[in-house]
Write a protein that binds this ligand. Structure first.
Ligand code: UDP
Length: 236
């Protein structure tokens, strides 16, 4: 099945590359090319990027010096840093891009306005949704699911390092078994690692399918979203 409008979520960690932190421009370039292949095929693309390569609220607040709420705002700012970088990479690849932030910072990006975002998408522009939901105690997975529902995306794609949902961590266990399909309820019951419970519950309430796939396999996004090849992914 070919999709018209999708929301792709990348984790911040994915941008870090070998270094484990910061932003690897070669990875940005690769992601931008993958996104471009979708846009060239007529798919409208929204993007949410995490901030884990820079800072996470929980980690920042670990020893009690920084409050969790402040740590979370730091995390949301990290997603803006990644968003600016992603915007540059997409433009470098020849795409038209707009970034919208859940927390106003108008010198850097537009504020999130749903109708405006939809208009950009209709015009073939990629829209990057940054600063998460704008609220502490949420994740960018939840922000991505929320934006996907808001913009009427047909599917949310969680682009990760693994090629789907497994019964246990495939990085640790060689006998881990991949699910081609897993129901929302089972995903919630099993607390699958690739997506947090809040985002799965939100997707379930809105009947939004979640595709979990390997972002580093070249052509994978296009294969899944345009050609309906579901071999290298799982669907929730
Ligand atoms: N965050 C938040 N509210 C949101 C989204 C994100 O407070 O709606 C903060 C939170 O501290 C989180 C950090 O931003 O740890 C970075 O996002 P996330 O951990 O989801 O990034 P990823 O793991 O995808 O890189």
């Amino acid at each position: 099945m070919a999709h018209k409008r999708v929301l792709v979520k990348f984790s911040g960690e994915a941008l870090a590359g070998e270094a484990g932190h910061g932003i690897d421009t070669q990875i940005l370039k690769f992601i931008a090319q993958e996104i471009k292949s979708l846009v060239d095929a007529g798919v409208e693309v929204g993007i949410v990027i995490g901030g884990g390569n820079i800072i996470r609220g929980v980690t920042a607040a670990q020893d009690g010096i920084i409050k969790r709420t402040s740590g979370d705002y730091m995390g949301m700012l990290a997603t803006v840093i990644n968003g600016v970088a992603m915007q540059e990479a997409c433009e470098h690849a020849g795409l038209e891009v707009r970034m919208q932030t859940a927390i106003k910072m108008e010198q850097i990006a537009e504020p999130y306005i749903n109708r405006k975002a939809c208009r950009h998408l209709e015009k073939g522009r990629v829209v990057i949704f940054a600063a998460g939901t704008g609220n502490p105690f949420f994740t960018t997975d939840t922000a991505a699911t929320l934006r996907a529902v808001e913009i009427g995306a047909e599917v949310i794609v969680k682009a990760t390092k693994v090629d789907g949902v497994y019964d246990k961590d495939p990085m640790k266990y060689s006998d881990a078994v991949k699910f081609d399909e897993i129901g929302y309820d089972q995903a919630l019951q099993d607390h699958i690692k690739v997506m947090d419970d809040t985002s799965i519950a939100l997707a379930k309430d809105n009947k939004l399918p979640i595709i979990v796939c390997d972002m580093f396999k070249e052509g994978n996004l296009l294969d899944i979203l345009k050609h309906g090849n579901m071999q290298n992914c799982s669907i929730v």
